[in-house]
Design a protein around this ligand. Sequence first.
Ligand code: PEP
Ligand code: MG
Length: 322
Amino acid sequence: HQDLLSSFRTKPSVGRDGRSYQIMANINSVEEAGMAAEIGADGIGLFRTEFLFLERTKIPSEEEQFQAYLQVSELMKDKPVTIRTLDVGGDKPISYLHLPVEANPYLGYRAIRYGLEHPGEFKIQLRAILRAGAQHRNLSIMIPFITSVEEVRKTKELVEECKKELREQGIAFDENCRLGIMIETPSAALMARELAQEVSFFSIGTNDLTQYVLSCDRSNASVAGIYSAFQPAVLRAIGMTIEAANEAGIEVSMCGEAAASAPMIAILSGWGLTRLSVGLNSVWYVRERVTNVTKEEGQQLARKVSVARTHQEVMDIVKNKK
Ligand code: PEP
Ligand code: MG
């Protein structure tokens, strides 16, 4: 089977109806960017930069981060790379940042909330990304765990400050570096229309979106039976997000685990989402899957699941379709 799949390394990501897709990779390191290039991914849809911050004693300097992002930019060359800013907290602790001990870390001081309270540290990362994109202009900035328009506006102000400083210092950077956000909280999905006016792209993070829409800890085995991106409430949040992005004419992709699931790919195709970012091991599989999808079949499936009332109904619909 793997031999068969490996033939998808060089095949274009095109659906049975001729629509083109982008099947990108999620990566945690520069080494993995090399692997993504090797397997023929159409880009990097999610670079989880927290891994640059782990197993150290202090924050990586602007130069260290710049070098890492530059290497990823060069490895991918003409393909897009989405660099997610530090997603600390929740399930991702970093000891030297001295985060407070919290009763509910998933609902606490994490990701962009930490970044905006520490603008000095946050700007080091923003500057490093802006600079690293100067040559190939293929890097975008993505902000995790957004819950409000204010957070996006504050982030944009910091990006503008960084650009102004770099300009004054005569340091090269990508003036047109795009800024996007993760849609991974219920508030972001509910405000998707307004948020779409602020940014260049959305990336739907189903791992957290599922957790927060269902109020169901993604790492707690006792509630694993509830945790599913195919719960009608989660599908509705995903549908709303895609609709808002399409209406505003901004790009939308999915980078959570669910993006590698065959029935999800078909539903998304029906909703008009054709950019998927998945683990390195799933890139060929997903490319093979999209070659089997037509927009019309996807739309039929999407119509049926959008009126399903229970998880069981959704699963019955997608199983018949698979
Ligand atoms: C997500 O939440 O779906 C996501 C892609 O990010 P992470 O798994 O790193 O939280
Ligand atoms: Mg997440």
